[in-house]
Write a protein that binds this ligand. Structure first.
Ligand SMILES: Cc1ncc(COP(=O)(O)O)c(C=O)c1O
Length: 418
């Protein structure tokens, strides 16, 4: 049997596929593995109770239950749910939104597939456009979303050493060039894997550059405002008609609901909904039904602000203290954790590659993710990209501590400090 070029690309050994296979195999062979690798959100009892209540209420009303189980909703999403999102976002942020500005997707990952391929790839004038990341490290799930080759480009950030063991990436505007090959600019805010949150000024600058060059600015708010609000930096939410903001229910605690929300101008939403019809016919109803219930009386905002954000802030602060304690005098930096659910550890001048460190850690029963996966579109050979690892702090504190002890031992060993 032979596959087409696209078939080969999709069924080949894409980085994300190999990585997920490797993580899955490791867990199968050692169920006691300390899992600091994946992107699952933490289990938060208050959130689980809120989801259960929303589901019960939906199922107890025959009309709502039918809408949940028995109908295809329109490909843009159920109009009532679109209205509820538009009204909440307009009220919260004064953005001029109606249902024409919102589309639902089966997870934000699938929304990125459609959006990226709408704005990059081959154009009628023969130009091959790219999705441009103003800063890498960026989300590794973007890496294989382009259906053509040479699909991404990224700029190295500047590194600011902050003291007290922290550092922070900034967009290097002296190197960032938007060209005729730029199809769209995209940034996750907060960023997976680093926990970086690009500043209001940086975002404003990107917005201006995108507008001036007639390309959209895509902002991935999977961890951002207004929900799930896993954000520890004081920043302004941003949207205008040249911005495509993509939100998700996943990190609120609903990755199984597979629900993404796209907020953009009506032209983009219209095109997106048509593409979504071709790919999915309609979105699943489970996530939108829960969201509809949680949007009433601002429940989703209250839960994000009062439960989710403090929960992760506490986990983050404990994880930072644990890693600082165990890494001690080793040459490490932690990216300033401004949001998301990870710590990004940089071991400057690491004598082995981060991939080799990942393998050593896996053999010791700790799964992390090697940092080199998180530089989609960065063409240059940058030593720094092989000196970092990503760890999640979603697990219980005792598990994070067990993992940190082993990570510190291995890093001490490779630096010859034992
Ligand atoms: C930055 C970022 N964007 C998008 C996604 C995709 O999320 P989902 O498809 O569950 O909405 C993830 C998942 O981990 C992520 O970390």
């Amino acid at each position: 049997m032979q596959f087409s070029r696209l078939g080969q690309k999709l069924s080949g050994n894409a980085g994300i596929v190999t990585l997920m296979d490797d993580l899955g195999d490791a867990l199968r062979t050692n169920p006691d593995m300390i899992f600091m690798g994946g992107g699952n959100p933490a289990r938060i009892p208050e959130m689980e109770a809120a989801f259960a209540e929303a589901l019960e209420q939906t199922l107890s009303d025959p009309q709502q239950a039918h809408q949940l189980l028995g109908v295809y909703q329109p490909p843009q999403g159920d109009a009532d749910v679109l209205d509820a999102f538009a009204s909440m976002l307009s009220k919260e942020y004064n953005w001029p939104l109606t249902r024409d500005n919102i589309a639902l997707a089966n997870g934000s990952q699938s929304a990125f597939f459609i959006l990226f391929n709408m704005f990059a790839g081959e154009f009628e004038n023969g130009i091959k456009k790219q999705i441009q990341f103003p800063l890498a490290p960026e989300y590794l799930g973007y890496s294989d979303l382009g259906i053509s080759d040479d699909f991404f480009t990224a700029t190295r950030p500047t590194i600011e050493i902050l003291g007290d063991g922290f550092f922070k990436y900034h967009v290097d505007f002296s190197q960032l060039k938007i060209t005729e090959r730029t199809g769209a600019v995209c940034v996750s805010r907060p960023t997976n894997p680093t926990g970086n949150v690009i500043s209001d000024e940086e975002l404003q600058h990107l917005d201006t550059l995108a507008l001036e060059n007639g390309v959209p600015l895509i902002v991935d708010g999977a961890y951002g405002t207004p929900f799930p609000n896993i954000l520890f930096a004081d920043i302004k939410p941003h949207w205008n008609s040249n911005t495509i903001l993509v939100l998700s229910l996943s990190k609120l605690g609903l990755p199984g609901a597979r629900t993404g929300i796209v907020i953009a101008n009506p032209q983009v939403i219209n095109a997106f909904a048509k593409a979504n019809t071709i790919l999915n016919l309609a979105c699943g109803n489970f996530g939108p039904a829960l969201a509809h219930n949680l949007l009433q009386d601002g429940k989703i905002l209250a839960l994000s602000r009062e439960i989710v954000a403090p929960f992760y802030r506490d986990r983050m602060e404990k994880a930072v203290a644990i890693f600082k304690h165990h890494l001690g005098d080793l040459p490490y930096y932690i990216h300033k954790p401004e949001g998301a659910i990870f710590l990004w550890l940089w071991f400057k001048d690491l004598p082995i590659s981060s991939e080799e460190l990942y393998q050593c850690l896996k053999a010791r029963g700790v799964l992390v993710i090697s940092g080199h996966h998180f530089f989609p579109g960065l063409a240059d050979n940058w030593q720094h990209s092989r000196e970092c690892i990503r760890v999640t702090y979603c697990q219980d504190v005792e598990i994070v501590e067990k993992g940190a002890v082993i990570i510190a031992e291995e890093v001490r060993r490779v630096f010859g400090k034992i």
